[in-house]
Design a protein around this ligand. Structure first.
Ligand code: 9UX
Length: 72
């Protein structure tokens, strides 16, 4: 089934940062939709459970030099 995760994003300083993060998460298999908001420092991801995990997303974004923290 499809799940949705909301994250706080750290380290973004310009609009291109937000685009880079969006593209990176979007490339992960099982991700269906990504929205990154630079001003709000948030990311919302729709994904297929069991295909990709929030840990996978954190790892991918970490490699770009940004931080993702799931909101609870
Ligand atoms: Mo903007 Mo972000 O020049 O990694 S792209 S700072």
């Amino acid at each position: 089934r499809t799940d949705k995760a909301d994250f706080h994003v750290t380290g973004m300083t310009c609009a291109a940062c937000a685009n880079r993060i969006e593209k990176k998460i979007n490339r992960l298999k099982g991700v269906q939709n990504v929205t990154v908001n630079l001003a709000l420092e948030t990311a919302t991801v729709e994904y297929v459970q069991g295909v990709v995990s929030t840990s996978d997303m954190k790892e991918a974004v970490d490699k770009l030099g940004f931080g993702l923290k799931e909101k609870t």
